[in-house]
Write a protein that binds this ligand. Structure first.
Ligand SMILES: Nc1ccn([C@@H]2O[C@H](COP(=O)(O)OP(=O)(O)OP(=O)(O)O)[C@@H](O)[C@H]2O)c(=O)n1
Ligand SMILES: C[C@](O)(CO)[C@H](O)COP(=O)(O)O
Length: 405
């Protein structure tokens, strides 16, 4: 039964961290969320960021059976005394979407906005949580962080033969946290569950919550994601995130520029990979979308400052059998944990006022946003897209899979 809630409760944010996966592709000796990165489990990193958000909320941790006590300890240790986060822990399901459902069931009445986040994205900055939550509250739509696709994408048949190239201008790689009005996400998951129970299990389980909501008829939009929200899937992902933590440490050790120094460029790299005012991928009017994107990006799209939760040495080798800790060196990081370039920058000649105190990185490559939101501008692109109609190609692909081609 619904209990009356105060306006304070109505403003509360619900966050579900799904941490109940087995981590088979990582191949560690424990569930992925309990593997360590920089001396803290992936779950600890994620929880630490959520409880650092400057708002009241309820956090639900969804964990593998037998891990609830450990998860509660992690949450207790992470919770700063002055923050108003209420924490609960529930068991996960067989598939990710079942785990999300269990998490939603544990949220109390009065949550208006809910964010669903993968523990497997441990370094996602607090700014991304804020950006997603604010945009959900502003628009009432589902909001997901997205990154441009940087590789060329091929459709390949079961014999390994390349059949065609997908148009990556209309594709985006999406991350978590994904945010929704609570009622919409809860109803979408309920409806998905009813459908699952009514028909035989299929192999098209939704891989994210945006898909659950879209199948339910909801609208989902994008905001810029962040390179630090990278997902740990295989061992090399842990090494990449280890590199980020080491870079944070090196940056934290770099002395602040003195008054005589040549100023460093204000923006060296954009971690979201998008131009600051890149419009999100959508099919509505370009004008309205550009205005929205500007609103969404204002003050938060460029997240170049060091992470608040950078921590000590990285324990990848001991946590994941078969991972070679030298991978950090291969990525250009010295074994003493100092990025070679940053170390050089950290030792400017004090009496040489012209000596730069920061390495001047080249500007990030310009990201050309997907096609104009009201369709391709030029006739060549329009023609190319006409011949790259996704549903037609899916049919063709299915025919190939069945050996009908
Ligand atoms: N039944 C599941 C499956 C996944 N997850 C969570 O969903 C996120 C994304 O899933 P993924 O990276 O695929 O994790 P795993 O399922 O653990 O990985 P794998 O497929 O390699 O086993 C992770 O934080 C994972 O813990 C979950 O809570 N419950
Ligand atoms: C939810 C997700 O992280 C969005 O990119 C992704 O779909 C999870 O996929 P996985 O195969 O369960 O890791």
């Amino acid at each position: 039964m619904n209990t009356p809630v105060s306006p304070h409760h109505l403003a509360a944010l619900g966050v579900v961290i799904v941490a109940a996966g087995r981590g088979e592709r990582l191949g560690a000796d424990r569930p992925k969320a309990f593997v360590e990165l920089g001396g803290r489990t992936l779950l600890e990193h994620a929880v630490g960021t959520v409880v650092s958000l400057d708002r009241p909320g309820q956090l639900v941790l969804v964990v593998p059976e037998g891990r609830a006590a450990e998860a509660l300890e992690i949450a207790d240790a992470a919770l700063p005394a002055e923050r108003s986060w209420q924490i609960s822990v529930v068991n996960g399901g067989r598939e990710r979407h079942e785990s999300v459902r269990n998490g939603l069931d544990a949220l109390r009445d009065g949550i208006e906005t809910v964010l669903v986040h993968d523990a497997a994205r441990p370094l996602t900055p607090a700014e991304v949580f804020e950006r997603v939550a604010e945009e959900v509250q502003r628009t009432g739509d589902g909001i997901i962080p997205a990154m441009p696709v940087v590789d060329t994408l091929k459709r390949v048949d079961i014999a390994g033969r390349v059949r065609s190239t997908a148009d990556r201008r209309i594709l985006a790689a999406v991350q978590t946290p994904q945010g929704f009005p609570f009622e919409v996400l809860a109803a979408a998951h309920e409806s998905a569950q009813a459908r699952e129970e009514a028909v035989a299990p299929s192999n098209d389980a939704p891989t994210d919550d945006a898909e659950v909501v879209q199948r339910f008829g909801g609208t989902v939009r994008t905001v810029p994601g962040d390179a630090r929200a990278h997902k740990v899937t295989t061992p090399v992902d842990l090494l990449m995130l280890q590199g980020l933590l080491l870079a944070d440490e090196a940056e934290a050790r770099t002395p602040a520029p003195d008054a005589h120094a040549v100023p460093a460029p204000s923006v060296a790299t954009d971690r979201d990979g998008f131009e600051a005012d890149a419009a999100p991928v959508d099919d509505e009017s370009a004008e309205a979308e550009s205005a929205e994107a500007e609103g969404a990006n204002a003050g938060s799209a460029d997240t170049d400052s060091p992470s608040a939760d950078s921590s000590g040495s990285v324990d990848v080798e001991s946590a994941v059998p078969g991972i070679d800790s030298d991978g950090a060196e291969a990525d250009g990081t010295d074994t003493d944990g100092t990025d070679a370039d940053s170390a050089a920058a950290a030792a400017p000649e004090a009496d040489d006022p012209t000596r730069p105190v920061a390495i001047l990185l080249p500007p990030a490559p310009e990201y050309v946003p997907p096609m104009p939101l009201d369709g391709p501008a030029d006739s060549a692109t329009a023609e190319a897209l006409e011949h790259d109609e996704p549903e037609e190609e899916l049919d063709e692909f299915e025919r190939l899979l069945r050996g009908l081609d």
